[in-house]
Design a protein around this ligand. Sequence first.
Ligand code: SF4
Ligand code: SF4
Length: 332
Amino acid sequence: MTDEVIFSKEIEKIIENIDSSKLSGKIGIKTHFGEEGNETYLNPKLVKAIYEKLISLDFEVALIECNVLYQGSRTDKKSHIETAKKHGFDFAPIDILDGQDGKEEIHLEIEKGRVGKGLQKYDSLVVLSHFKGHVAAGFGGAFKNLGMGLGSRAGKLAMHSDVSPSISSEKCIKCGDCIENCDVEAIRMAQNGAVIDSKICIGCAMCIAICKEKAVNIPWGGSTSKELQEKIVDYSSAIINRMNQRLVYINVLKNITEDCDCVGKPMQPMMEDVGILLSEDPVAIESASLDLVDEVSDGHFKEINSVDNRLKINYAERLNLGTRNYQLKVIK
Ligand code: SF4
Ligand code: SF4
């Protein structure tokens, strides 16, 4: 693995520098289609340019994702693909790796590690990430896209919290859908609404996805930011091992917002566009991205929330996933 990070303002220059010998077999481009209502997600034209380059090299390629944890436009496979197409990602096959309802998963070799089952079909990954802020993880880049993004719904819940979901009696209309869909019978109906028995709950997160009233609370605060960031890197590390290092990383530092593309409303970019980065080293590309964004935002990016946004890369370097001492190669 090289510590080189290539920087350019133009996607064509980045594409010319992708080392295709690093990739083999069936390639998944892991990206993020943006929640409905969001307008600053990754530009589909840029994704299309990378897809077409890989197709021209005779690779079999698909855009890959997993369903989200919360109720939204990407909670199940059908609505997820509809949202993707509505957002302009209609030029390539889309593969939602954890299936229609987020239940299809495989277990990684780490504690509670659960990712979309469809990952087994892929030999190599292009981790194509929109760089932006994130309230709990400091920022969203390659690790967040890979580790959190490929987590099945249960995997995502496990990263966010060690605590079971709970049900709001004010919102619950006692429809019973969650009870019917809980495979381990952890939910019962009480006088004021459904109740989860945390001793039985296995954290599959199905009740969160099924409740149309949004009465099932996700325990967002169940992990500290440090725990969340380390779990994201643990998941990333397990996926990198599983893929035998056949990954390349592209971080797009454009339309940088304070919050992530899961926010279903328009947001203003907080700073001018920086450019696009390419590397085979996830720690190097994340370090270079943060350094560039800090420089261009005059230090403002690191102040957008109270989280230490270098935790992920420091931890990843300790796990030998790469180096923070990258070499930046600027291509005009
Ligand atoms: S699905 Fe939601 S509204 Fe229906 S019983 Fe369960 S928590 Fe209550
Ligand atoms: S998270 Fe899964 S196991 Fe736990 S209560 Fe909800 S549906 Fe049941």
